[in-house]
Ligand binder design. Structure first.
Ligand code: TIU
Length: 220
C-alpha cells in the first residue's frame, strides 16, 4: 500500500482497486452558448483546468489504471428530465432547447460532448447521467463492483455541484474518495474552496483532497 500525501491525512492508496473519475468535462459547461453560460456563468474559469485534467488522465492511462468519464445529459425525448429540473430558475436557454452547439444537455448533441482535449479513448467507460450525482439512474455502481474498484479519484466540474454530489454518493456507498484540487473547478471560486474544506473536515467526513503531482508520483 502506498500513501498519497493528502488532506486531512495521507490517502491509503490501494493501487489495484483505484480509478479516476472525470466528471462532466463537457463543452456545455466550458464553452459560450452551452448550459453553464445559459445560467449566467463565466465559463472561462472551467477551461483553465483543462491542461491539469489532461495531465491527470494521461498519468492514470500510463499507470494502467481505469479512467471513467461522466456526462450530464438527457434523452432527446426528455423522458428522463424531471420538469422540476427543466423549469428551475430563469436560464437564457433551458435543457432541450436549441442553442448554438445543438440542444442543451441532450445526448448526442455537439455541445454535450466531452471536450476534445479530454475525450475518452477506446475501452474507457463513459457514464451518461441525468442527475448531478453519477450513481443516480446509471449503471456506475454495478460497473465499479464488477471491476473491483473501491477507491475513486475525482476530477471535473463543477466542484460543489456534480463533483461533490457524486463524491457524497460514493462515500455513502463505501468508496474512499480523493478530490484532485487543481483538476476541479467551479464558476464560483469561493464555492470551490468551501467544497474542498467541507470534504476534508471532521477527519475526511466525505473524503480526502490532494495535489496532482503527489497523486501522479504515487501511481506511476
Ligand atoms: N451548474 C453547475 O454548477 N453545474 C451543473 O449544472 N452540472 C455539473 O456540475 N456538472
Amino acid at each position: 500500500m502506498t500513501d498519497i500525501k493528502a488532506q486531512p491525512f495521507p490517502f491509503p492508496l490501494q493501487r489495484e482497486a483505484a480509478a479516476l473519475i472525470v466528471i462532466d468535462m463537457q463543452r456545455d459547461f466550458a464553452e459560450p452558448g452551452g448550459f453553464g453560460a445559459s445560467l449566467g456563468n463565466d465559463v472561462s474559469r472551467i477551461t483553465r483546468i483543462i491542461p491539469d485534467v489532461k495531465r491527470l488522465i494521461a498519468g492514470f492511462r500510463s499507470a494502467g489504471l481505469p479512467v471513467i468519464h461522466t456526462m450530464e445529459c438527457h434523452r432527446p425525448d426528455l423522458s428522463d428530465l424531471p420538469p422540476a429540473k427543466r423549469d428551475r430558475g430563469n436560464p437564457s436557454l433551458r435543457i432541450g432547447d436549441k442553442g448554438p452547439m445543438g440542444r442543451i444537455l441532450i445526448a448526442g448533441e455537439p455541445g454535450t460532448a466531452i471536450l476534445p482535449e479530454l475525450a475518452p479513448i477506446d475501452g474507457e467507460i463513459v457514464i451518461e447521467k441525468p442527475g448531478k450525482g453519477a450513481f443516480y439512474a446509471t449503471g456506475l455502481g454495478d460497473i465499479l463492483m464488477r471491476k473491483g474498484i473501491k477507491q475513486l479519484v475525482f476530477a471535473g466540474v463543477t466542484t460543489e455541484v456534480c463533483v461533490q454530489t457524486t463524491m457524497r454518493e460514493a462515500n455513502d456507498r463505501g468508496y474512499e474518495c480523493l478530490l484532485v484540487e487543481e483538476a476541479t473547478e467551479s464558476y464560483f471560486p469561493e464555492f470551490k474552496s468551501a467544497a474542498i474544506a467541507m470534504i476534508q473536515a471532521q477527519g475526511a467526513i466525505v473524503g480526502w483532497t490532494a495535489h496532482i503531482d503527489d497523486i501522479l508520483e504515487a501511481i506511476n
